[in-house]
Design a protein around this ligand. Structure first.
Ligand SMILES: [Zn+2]
Length: 237
Protein backbone atom coordinates (compact mmCIF):
# COMPACT_ATOMS: atom_id res chain seq x y z
CA UNK A 1 0.00 0.00 0.00
CA UNK A 2 2.88 2.37 0.71
CA UNK A 3 4.15 1.83 -2.77
CA UNK A 4 0.69 2.56 -4.16
CA UNK A 5 0.37 5.82 -2.24
CA UNK A 6 3.84 6.74 -3.44
CA UNK A 7 2.89 6.19 -7.04
CA UNK A 8 -0.33 8.12 -6.40
CA UNK A 9 1.75 11.05 -5.09
CA UNK A 10 3.98 10.81 -8.11
CA UNK A 11 0.95 10.94 -10.35
CA UNK A 12 -0.49 13.92 -8.44
CA UNK A 13 2.83 15.74 -8.67
CA UNK A 14 3.05 15.00 -12.34
CA UNK A 15 -0.46 16.40 -12.87
CA UNK A 16 0.29 19.57 -10.93
CA UNK A 17 3.35 20.10 -13.09
CA UNK A 18 1.10 19.69 -16.06
CA UNK A 19 2.95 16.90 -17.78
CA UNK A 20 0.38 14.35 -18.91
CA UNK A 21 2.93 11.87 -20.22
CA UNK A 22 4.54 11.80 -16.77
CA UNK A 23 1.18 10.99 -15.15
CA UNK A 24 0.59 8.14 -17.55
CA UNK A 25 4.00 6.71 -16.82
CA UNK A 26 3.04 6.64 -13.12
CA UNK A 27 -0.28 4.89 -13.68
CA UNK A 28 1.33 2.36 -16.01
CA UNK A 29 3.87 1.47 -13.34
CA UNK A 30 1.20 0.94 -10.64
CA UNK A 31 -1.07 -1.89 -11.97
CA UNK A 32 1.22 -4.55 -10.47
CA UNK A 33 0.19 -3.43 -6.94
CA UNK A 34 -3.45 -2.47 -7.70
CA UNK A 35 -4.47 0.76 -9.37
CA UNK A 36 -7.74 1.49 -7.49
CA UNK A 37 -6.54 4.22 -5.09
CA UNK A 38 -4.26 5.68 -7.74
CA UNK A 39 -7.18 6.42 -9.96
CA UNK A 40 -8.99 8.15 -7.07
CA UNK A 41 -6.02 10.37 -6.29
CA UNK A 42 -5.73 11.36 -9.90
CA UNK A 43 -9.40 12.31 -10.03
CA UNK A 44 -9.17 14.60 -6.96
CA UNK A 45 -6.04 16.43 -7.96
CA UNK A 46 -7.31 16.74 -11.50
CA UNK A 47 -10.47 18.49 -10.27
CA UNK A 48 -8.80 21.07 -8.00
CA UNK A 49 -5.38 21.88 -9.49
CA UNK A 50 -5.96 22.75 -13.19
CA UNK A 51 -8.73 25.25 -12.29
CA UNK A 52 -6.08 27.95 -11.60
CA UNK A 53 -4.42 27.30 -14.89
CA UNK A 54 -7.82 27.29 -16.55
CA UNK A 55 -8.53 30.78 -15.18
CA UNK A 56 -5.32 32.17 -16.63
CA UNK A 57 -5.87 30.50 -20.00
CA UNK A 58 -9.45 31.85 -20.00
CA UNK A 59 -8.09 35.34 -19.44
CA UNK A 60 -5.57 34.89 -22.20
CA UNK A 61 -8.25 33.54 -24.50
CA UNK A 62 -10.53 36.50 -23.73
CA UNK A 63 -7.65 38.84 -24.51
CA UNK A 64 -6.98 37.07 -27.79
CA UNK A 65 -10.66 37.22 -28.73
CA UNK A 66 -10.80 40.95 -28.00
CA UNK A 67 -7.62 41.51 -30.01
CA UNK A 68 -8.96 39.52 -32.97
CA UNK A 69 -12.22 41.51 -32.73
CA UNK A 70 -10.26 44.79 -32.85
CA UNK A 71 -8.21 43.53 -35.77
CA UNK A 72 -11.40 42.52 -37.59
CA UNK A 73 -12.81 46.00 -37.00
CA UNK A 74 -9.61 47.58 -38.34
CA UNK A 75 -9.63 45.44 -41.48
CA UNK A 76 -13.33 46.15 -41.96
CA UNK A 77 -12.68 49.88 -41.67
CA UNK A 78 -9.85 49.56 -44.19
CA UNK A 79 -12.09 47.68 -46.61
CA UNK A 80 -14.83 50.30 -46.30
CA UNK A 81 -12.30 53.09 -46.95
CA UNK A 82 -10.90 51.23 -49.98
CA UNK A 83 -14.38 50.68 -51.38
CA UNK A 84 -15.28 54.35 -50.92
CA UNK A 85 -12.01 55.42 -52.60
CA UNK A 86 -12.73 53.09 -55.54
CA UNK A 87 -16.24 54.53 -55.91
CA UNK A 88 -14.84 58.07 -55.81
CA UNK A 89 -12.16 57.21 -58.38
CA UNK A 90 -14.78 55.70 -60.69
CA UNK A 91 -16.96 58.80 -60.36
CA UNK A 92 -13.98 61.09 -61.10
CA UNK A 93 -13.13 58.98 -64.16
CA UNK A 94 -16.70 59.27 -65.45
CA UNK A 95 -16.51 63.04 -65.05
CA UNK A 96 -13.16 63.18 -66.89
CA UNK A 97 -14.51 61.08 -69.77
CA UNK A 98 -17.68 63.18 -70.03
CA UNK A 99 -15.57 66.38 -70.10
CA UNK A 100 -13.20 64.98 -72.74
CA UNK A 101 -16.18 63.92 -74.87
CA UNK A 102 -17.78 67.35 -74.55
CA UNK A 103 -14.47 69.03 -75.49
CA UNK A 104 -14.06 66.74 -78.53
CA UNK A 105 -17.64 67.53 -79.56
CA UNK A 106 -16.95 71.29 -79.29
CA UNK A 107 -13.71 70.92 -81.32
CA UNK A 108 -15.57 68.90 -83.95
CA UNK A 109 -18.35 71.52 -84.12
CA UNK A 110 -15.76 74.28 -84.68
CA UNK A 111 -14.05 72.38 -87.52
CA UNK A 112 -14.84 73.61 -91.02
CA UNK A 113 -16.96 71.19 -93.08
CA UNK A 114 -13.99 70.34 -95.32
CA UNK A 115 -12.05 68.98 -92.32
CA UNK A 116 -14.90 66.64 -91.46
CA UNK A 117 -14.54 64.57 -94.64
CA UNK A 118 -11.90 62.40 -93.03
CA UNK A 119 -8.81 63.15 -95.16
CA UNK A 120 -5.66 62.39 -93.16
CA UNK A 121 -2.11 63.66 -93.69
CA UNK A 122 -0.49 61.30 -96.23
CA UNK A 123 3.10 61.81 -95.02
CA UNK A 124 5.08 62.94 -92.02
CA UNK A 125 7.12 66.06 -92.66
CA UNK A 126 6.72 69.76 -93.24
CA UNK A 127 5.09 71.74 -96.03
CA UNK A 128 7.74 73.23 -98.32
CA UNK A 129 5.33 74.55 -100.94
CA UNK A 130 1.58 75.06 -100.58
CA UNK A 131 -1.26 75.09 -103.07
CA UNK A 132 -1.43 78.19 -105.27
CA UNK A 133 0.48 80.38 -107.74
CA UNK A 134 4.24 79.93 -107.86
CA UNK A 135 7.09 81.47 -109.88
CA UNK A 136 7.07 78.44 -112.24
CA UNK A 137 3.28 78.43 -112.61
CA UNK A 138 0.29 77.35 -110.54
CA UNK A 139 1.10 74.67 -107.99
CA UNK A 140 -1.81 72.25 -108.04
CA UNK A 141 -0.87 70.45 -104.89
CA UNK A 142 1.03 70.58 -101.67
CA UNK A 143 4.67 69.54 -101.19
CA UNK A 144 5.50 67.73 -98.00
CA UNK A 145 9.23 67.26 -97.37
CA UNK A 146 9.68 63.76 -95.98
CA UNK A 147 12.51 61.46 -95.00
CA UNK A 148 13.61 59.20 -97.88
CA UNK A 149 11.86 55.83 -97.57
CA UNK A 150 9.34 57.01 -94.96
CA UNK A 151 5.73 55.87 -95.31
CA UNK A 152 3.28 57.48 -97.73
CA UNK A 153 -0.28 56.63 -96.70
CA UNK A 154 -3.69 56.85 -98.34
CA UNK A 155 -5.38 60.06 -97.16
CA UNK A 156 -8.72 58.31 -97.14
CA UNK A 157 -10.19 54.93 -98.04
CA UNK A 158 -10.89 54.35 -101.72
CA UNK A 159 -9.74 52.50 -104.81
CA UNK A 160 -6.35 52.83 -106.56
CA UNK A 161 -7.15 53.98 -110.10
CA UNK A 162 -3.70 54.91 -111.39
CA UNK A 163 -0.19 53.59 -110.79
CA UNK A 164 2.71 54.61 -113.07
CA UNK A 165 6.16 56.12 -113.34
CA UNK A 166 5.53 59.20 -115.48
CA UNK A 167 7.58 62.27 -116.51
CA UNK A 168 7.72 65.17 -114.05
CA UNK A 169 5.53 63.37 -111.43
CA UNK A 170 7.78 60.30 -111.20
CA UNK A 171 6.30 57.26 -109.45
CA UNK A 172 2.68 58.25 -108.97
CA UNK A 173 -0.49 56.83 -107.41
CA UNK A 174 -4.04 58.17 -107.75
CA UNK A 175 -6.79 57.02 -105.40
CA UNK A 176 -10.49 57.56 -106.12
CA UNK A 177 -12.61 58.25 -103.02
CA UNK A 178 -16.35 58.57 -102.44
CA UNK A 179 -18.34 61.66 -103.53
CA UNK A 180 -16.07 62.45 -106.49
CA UNK A 181 -12.89 63.11 -104.50
CA UNK A 182 -9.51 61.82 -105.64
CA UNK A 183 -5.98 62.16 -104.29
CA UNK A 184 -2.62 61.99 -106.07
CA UNK A 185 0.76 61.05 -104.61
CA UNK A 186 3.88 61.83 -106.67
CA UNK A 187 7.70 61.57 -106.61
CA UNK A 188 7.60 58.32 -104.61
CA UNK A 189 10.71 56.14 -104.30
CA UNK A 190 8.61 52.99 -104.30
CA UNK A 191 4.96 52.12 -104.90
CA UNK A 192 3.38 49.46 -102.68
CA UNK A 193 -0.08 49.16 -104.29
CA UNK A 194 -1.50 48.03 -107.61
CA UNK A 195 -4.18 49.64 -109.75
CA UNK A 196 -7.67 48.40 -108.96
CA UNK A 197 -6.90 47.63 -105.31
CA UNK A 198 -9.05 48.94 -102.49
CA UNK A 199 -7.16 50.81 -99.78
CA UNK A 200 -8.10 51.91 -96.31
CA UNK A 201 -7.55 55.29 -94.72
CA UNK A 202 -3.86 55.66 -93.76
CA UNK A 203 -2.91 52.41 -95.50
CA UNK A 204 0.69 52.31 -96.74
CA UNK A 205 0.79 52.93 -100.49
CA UNK A 206 4.46 53.76 -101.06
CA UNK A 207 7.71 55.28 -99.85
CA UNK A 208 8.93 58.86 -99.88
CA UNK A 209 11.44 59.63 -102.65
CA UNK A 210 12.49 62.09 -105.31
CA UNK A 211 11.52 60.49 -108.63
CA UNK A 212 10.48 62.59 -111.64
CA UNK A 213 11.15 66.31 -111.74
CA UNK A 214 12.16 66.86 -108.13
CA UNK A 215 15.03 68.48 -106.28
CA UNK A 216 14.70 66.54 -103.01
CA UNK A 217 12.76 63.90 -101.15
CA UNK A 218 9.18 65.09 -100.91
CA UNK A 219 5.61 64.07 -101.57
CA UNK A 220 3.64 66.10 -104.09
CA UNK A 221 0.04 65.62 -102.94
CA UNK A 222 -3.03 66.71 -104.90
CA UNK A 223 -6.70 66.66 -104.01
CA UNK A 224 -9.43 67.00 -106.60
CA UNK A 225 -13.19 66.76 -106.68
CA UNK A 226 -14.71 65.87 -110.05
CA UNK A 227 -11.53 67.09 -111.75
CA UNK A 228 -11.38 70.43 -109.95
CA UNK A 229 -8.23 71.11 -107.87
CA UNK A 230 -8.76 71.79 -104.18
CA UNK A 231 -6.44 73.19 -101.53
CA UNK A 232 -5.35 70.07 -99.56
CA UNK A 233 -4.55 71.95 -96.34
CA UNK A 234 -8.25 72.81 -96.02
CA UNK A 235 -9.17 69.13 -95.91
CA UNK A 236 -6.44 67.32 -93.99
CA UNK A 237 -6.76 66.58 -90.31
ZN1 LIG B 1 4.46 69.81 -105.77
Amino acid sequence: MRLVSLTARAVALALSIGSVSFAFAGSVASPATGSGPVGGAVAVTGATRPSLAAVTTEKAQAGAVAESRRQKKRTEAKEVAAKRAAVERAAAKRVRIARARAAAKRRWARLPATKKLGFKWPAQGWITSGFGPRADGFHHGMDIACRKGSAIRAARNGRVVFVANIPIYGKTVVIQHAHGYSTLYAHMKRINVRAGRKVGTRQLIGRCGSTGHSTGNHLHFELRRNGRFLKPAHYLT
